[in-house]
Design a protein. Structure first.
Length: 300
C-alpha cells in the first residue's frame, strides 16, 4: 500500500485478519439467535441481502466497471457457477450445524480445510508435497478412520464443510475475478435459487418481510451484511500479509467455534471426538511448520 511502511501495512493486515477470522469464529452466536426460522430460509435471505449489500459497496467504491468486464470472460461463468453452488452449500451446511447444535462438527470441518486443500492440490493439480505434509494428511485420515471405528459413523457434516470449502478455494483460484467482484457474481448467480427457497412468492417478498417481527427482520438483513464484511476484511488482510501469516491466523476461526461449542452451547464431546480433534491438531501443527519453513529452504 502506498504511503505505508511495511511494518504499518503488516500491522493493519493483522488487524484485518483478526477482524475477519474473529467474525467468522463467532458466527455460531449470531445464527443461534434465529428462532423458528429454517436453515434454508436463513440461507436464502443471506444470499439476497449479501447481494444487495455488495451492490451498494460496489456503487460506493465505483467498481461497476470491473463488474461490466466480467461479461468479457464467458468461459469463466461455468466455474463461477460451480463456485457459487459450493459456497452456497457451505453456508447452508454451516447454518444447519448451528441450528442442530453441531458446532463442534463445524469447527472440526474448518480445522480440516487446510489439509483438504493439500489433498486436492495433490490429486487435482498434481502438486508435490513434503514428507511432513504427507504425514499430516495421513494423521487426518487416521483421525477420521478412528472416529468411524469408535463411533460407527463418519463425521459427514465436518467432511462436507471441509470438502465444499476446500473445493471452492481450488476453483476460486482459477478465476480471474477479484474478491469483491467474485463474491458479488456468486451471490448474483445464487439469487434465483435463493428466491425459490423462500416459502413465499418473490412478488410477496417485501410485504412478508415487513409483516415479520422486527427482531427477525433485522437478523435476516444483518445476515447478508455480516456475510460480506469479514470477506472484505479478509481481502484487506490478504493484500498486506504473507500467505503463511494469513494461514496461521486462520486457525482463530475454528478455535473460536470450538470454544463456543463447549463453553456457550455446552455441546458434549466424547473421547472418540476428542481423539479426532487431537490428531487433527497435531496434523495442523506439522502442516503449519512445514509451510513456514519450506519457503526458507527454497530460497537458498
Amino acid at each position: 500500500m502506498k504511503g505505508l511502511s511495511p511494518a504499518t501495512g503488516s500491522l493493519q493486515g493483522v488487524g484485518f485478519a483478526l477482524l475477519a477470522y474473529g467474525m467468522w469464529g463467532t458466527f455460531p452466536l449470531f445464527f443461534a439467535l434465529f428462532d423458528g426460522v429454517s436453515a434454508l430460509e436463513i440461507l436464502a435471505h443471506r444470499v439476497i441481502w449479501s447481494c444487495l449489500f455488495l451492490a451498494l459497496v460496489i456503487t460506493l467504491l465505483k467498481r461497476w466497471g470491473a463488474i461490466a468486464r466480467l461479461r468479457q470472460a464467458p468461459r469463466q461463468w461455468l466455474p463461477a457457477m460451480a463456485c457459487a453452488l459450493l459456497i452456497g452449500l457451505n453456508w447452508g451446511l454451516y447454518i444447519y450445524s448451528v441450528e442442530t447444535h453441531r458446532v463442534l462438527q463445524a469447527s472440526l470441518g474448518y480445522f480440516m480445510t487446510p489439509l483438504v486443500n493439500v489433498m486436492l492440490g495433490v490429486l487435482v493439480l498434481k502438486e508435490r508435497i513434503t514428507l511432513v505434509q504427507g504425514v499430516a494428511i495421513a494423521l487426518a485420515v487416521a483421525a477420521i478412520s478412528l472416529q468411524l471405528f469408535q463411533l460407527g459413523s463418519l463425521p459427514w457434516l465436518s467432511l462436507s464443510l471441509a470438502a465444499s470449502f476446500g473445493t471452492y478455494g481450488l476453483l476460486r483460484k482459477q478465476l480471474a475475478f477479484d474478491g469483491l467482484s467474485g463474491l458479488f457474481l456468486e451471490t448474483l448467480l445464487l439469487l434465483p435459487l435463493a428466491l425459490l427457497l423462500l416459502p413465499l412468492q418473490p412478488s410477496h417478498f417485501i410485504p412478508e418481510l415487513i409483516a415479520a417481527p422486527p427482531y427477525t427482520t433485522a437478523l435476516l438483513v444483518a445476515s447478508g451484511v455480516l456475510t460480506a464484511l469479514p470477506l472484505l476484511a479478509f481481502a484487506g488482510a490478504a493484500r498486506r500479509l504473507t500467505l503463511s501469516t494469513l494461514g496461521f491466523l486462520m486457525y482463530l476461526n475454528p478455535t473460536l467455534q470450538f470454544l463456543i461449542a463447549l463453553w456457550v452451547f455446552h455441546e458434549p464431546i466424547v473421547p472418540a471426538q476428542l481423539t479426532t480433534f487431537a490428531l487433527i491438531w497435531i496434523a495442523l501443527l506439522l502442516y503449519s511448520c512445514s509451510s513456514l519453513f519450506q519457503p526458507r529452504r527454497s530460497t537458498r
